[in-house]
Design a protein around this ligand. Structure first.
Ligand SMILES: Nc1ncnc2c1ncn2[C@@H]1O[C@H](COP(=O)(O)OP(=O)(O)OP(=O)(O)O)[C@@H](O)[C@H]1O
Ligand SMILES: [Mg+2]
Length: 246
């Protein structure tokens, strides 16, 4: 299948402690998937499955199978998946280690041996409105600005899949709304977007589908209309019911 497939995937960081449990689902290419669930429900762990960070870089016990466009993640190194899946981590410090903002963005482009580096870098900086910071040390930026640098790095790589782990948590409302507008535009151009997001209003406005995780298990998965109209389930799992008049 063109897209991402999980077949009965379970993952334990430590013995007898399931961060993810028996996940089976297909995310077709072209979807805009919102992933929701309470703290510790396995959302970040789920995102690590999608580009091979699990099992290639994180220790633990993985069972089942994850396929990206029919390629099992356990068969290839993470560099293979980095070309197809851009990842904005929950903690921006995870990704920032270059001396300037510009070098930070160039790093991914060089790594993937992509052409038009200057053009890609400038366009990405422009999208997140950080051109004025291109020579700053990323470590001296505010959290939201750091998050935007990570986003720009991913945008510059122009990957088929974009995964974001709580991008709005560090951005102000205007920044978050603009980010979702950028994602909506990329989605319209055919990219697959997967966004872990606590703010269900953004997902109601921009996502197509929702995955609801509870304690590492799939509590619900389907169209946003289907999931968000199940208000009893959302209430039960402590998820904010979005304003569906937006
Ligand atoms: N490196 C680790 N070692 C052991 N347990 C871990 C590790 N990372 C995460 N966990 C556990 O796995 C479970 C899922 O964590 P995860 O970070 O995926 O949750 P989350 O849904 O992203 O939470 P949040 O909303 O707080 O970001 C939690 O119970 C967490 O304590
Ligand atoms: Mg998380």
């Amino acid at each position: 299948m063109i897209g991402i497939t999980l077949r009965d995937v379970s993952f334990q960081y430590t013995k007898n402690n399931f961060a993810l449990k028996n996940l089976t689902l297909d995310i077709p290419a072209g979807a805009f998937l919102g992933v929701i669930g309470s703290n510790g429900s396995g959302k970040s762990t789920f995102s690590y499955l999608l580009n091979g960070i699990i099992p290639n870089l994180i220790n633990g016990a993985l069972t089942g199978e994850v396929l990206i466009d029919d390629v099992p993640t356990s068969n290839k190194k993470t560099a293979f998946f980095a070309k197809q899946i851009g990842m904005v981590f929950q903690d921006p410090d995870f990704s920032l280690f270059n001396l300037t903002v510009k070098e930070e963005i160039e790093f991914g482009i060089k790594n993937l041996k992509l052409d038009n580096m200057e053009e890609r870098t400038q366009k990405a900086l422009q999208i997140v409105d950080l051109q004025k910071f291109e020579n700053r040390d990323p470590q001296t930026l505010s959290l939201g600005e750091k998050q935007k640098v990570c986003l720009a790095s991913v945008l510059a790589m122009n990957t088929k899949y974009i995964v974001l782990d709580e991008p709005s948590a560090m951005l102000d409302y205007k920044g978050s709304f603009e980010l979702y507008q950028i994602l909506a535009e990329l989605h319209k151009q055919g990219r697959t977007i997967i966004s872990i997001e606590h703010d269900t209003d953004f997902l109601w406005q921009f996502a197509t589908d929702i995955l609801l995780l509870d304690n590492g298990s799939k509590a619900a998965y389907g169209s946003k209309q289907h999931i968000f109209n199940n208000t009893a389930l959302l209430k039960n799992l402590g998820i904010k019911i979005p304003n569906m008049h937006l």
